[in-house]
Design a protein around this ligand. Structure first.
Ligand SMILES: *Cc1c(COP(=O)(O)O)cnc(C)c1O
Length: 396
């Protein structure tokens, strides 16, 4: 009789978004007249920019012509897309990469989990709390030992390493989902120096880099001296270019990143990808490359500005109400402290029932998220403004 991976029994049922949806549906059923505003969305809502849709349509037509038909794509990304991403790093972020160090995939969610294939299950993993739940669960599936580093009001949800912190693999998500908190240059330098000293690796999730406004917050960990010897960076076109339904991301592994036995992590990753992955579709890659053209970048930045207008509307409201919050400036999310010492779910129920507004209870992103709440800027301007008017009435 076959045996299953016993580690799966250690996973907690992922109840967060399901519970939110169930509670919302139950309320809507009992109150059919209620005009519910969903401020919980973790997905984009604006359509894909015309530069990308046009490029994808052209490539789709080319695939239907004998002369331009293509089969399997390159395992690691077509050369024109690697060049486009490399130029984006160079011109928009100020980081020089070898195109070979860039690996194109179907998205960051699978990359942050798949990368674990190249690491021993003996490694001790450190995950921030609160954070994107994928880091924890993917390690539990492999049976790795995970400990947490706490984000809280004292550290502004930006936990820093100290002498007592031990581990081999450290996750950083900056700007963070859900808190929107973003490390500055000095803080990231401390993390990089710490990892180099420990002989540890940093898995750096930069899915929200394009939302960064503060000049002092790096858009890539490779802006930090020494990071090429200790960090892997995960990026995605999902939130930056509205590709959540198209699927494209890229992972950067510097050539200098080697294990103590001399193994190159880049070579191992390429070996892993060529064995278990057959490349990203040509249509998607053409669309992605178009995002990095001057027209494409102008178009996606206009979309980001639209979402930022929503976070500004929210920030004004919470400033007025005297409710403290994180994020918003460098992130599409606002992470607010539930007023009057309320718990996350208590506040969720209050907003749903008294303002017909839905958000995400912070507790669902980790123990340290209790007492906090995530609101999303991915919605519509008028609906966001309406939601904030209701909150002012309810909490003012
Ligand atoms: C949305 C998100 C991703 C993106 O994943 P894709 O698979 O590229 O859509 C990655 N990391 C974080 C923290 C996210 O919130």
């Amino acid at each position: 009789m076959f045996k299953v991976n016993e580690n799966y029994k250690n996973l907690k049922a992922s109840y967060l978004f399901k519970t939110v949806a169930t509670k919302k549906a139950a309320y809507a059923k009992d109150h059919p007249e209620a005009d519910i505003i969903n401020m919980g969305i973790g997905d984009v809502t604006l359509p894909i920019c015309p530069a990308a849709t046009l490029a994808m349509a052209k490539e789709a037509l080319a695939m239907g012509e004998k002369a331009t038909f293509k089969g399997y794509p390159d395992y690691y990304g077509e050369p024109y897309l690697l060049e486009a991403i490399g130029n984006y790093y160079k011109n928009s972020i100020g980081v020089e990469l070898d195109p070979e160090e860039i690996n194109v995939t179907c998205g960051a969610k699978e990359d942050v989990s798949n990368i674990l294939d190249i690491f021993s299950t003996d490694n001790r993993v450190v995950v921030p709390d609160p954070v994107y739940p994928v880091y924890l669960d993917s390690n539990i599936m492999d049976g790795r030992k995970v400990s947490f580093i706490t984000g809280n009001v004292e550290n502004g949800f930006l936990p820093m390493p100290d002498e007592s912190l031990d581990g081999d693999i450290f996750y950083i998500c900056s700007p963070n989902n859900p808190t929107g908190a973003c490390y500055n240059r000095d803080q990231l330098k401390v993390w990089v120096d710490f990892a180099l000293k420990k002989g540890a690796v940093i898995l750096y999730d930069a899915a929200y880099e394009i939302f960064i406004e503060d000049a002092d917050c790096p858009r890539s960990i490779f802006e930090i001296e020494g990071a090429r010897r200790c960090a892997i960076e995960f990026c995605s076109l999902s939130k930056t270019a509205g590709f959540t339904g198209v699927r494209c991301g890229y992972t950067v592994i510097p050539k200098e990143l080697v294990a103590s036995d001399g193994s190159s992590l880049l070579s191992m990753w390429k070996r892993r990808q060529s064995t278990k992955f057959n490349g990203v579709g040509h249509i998607t890659q053409r669309g992605a490359a178009a995002v990095f053209t001057p027209e494409g970048l102008a178009q996606i930045r206009a979309n980001i500005a639209y979402y930022k207008e929503n976070t500004r509307t929210m920030m004004k409201t919470f400033d007025k109400l005297g409710i403290s919050y994180y994020g918003g400036k460098n992130s599409p999310y606002i992470w607010l402290r539930c007023p009057n010492g309320m718990g996350s779910w208590e506040f969720f129920d209050l907003l749903l029932e008294k303002a017909n507004v839905v958000g995400i209870p912070g507790e669902g992103f980790g123990k340290s998220g209790e007492g906090f709440f995530r609101l999303s800027g991915f919605g519509d301007h008028a609906r966001t403004a309406e939601a904030m008017e209701r909150l002012e009435k309810l909490l003012g």
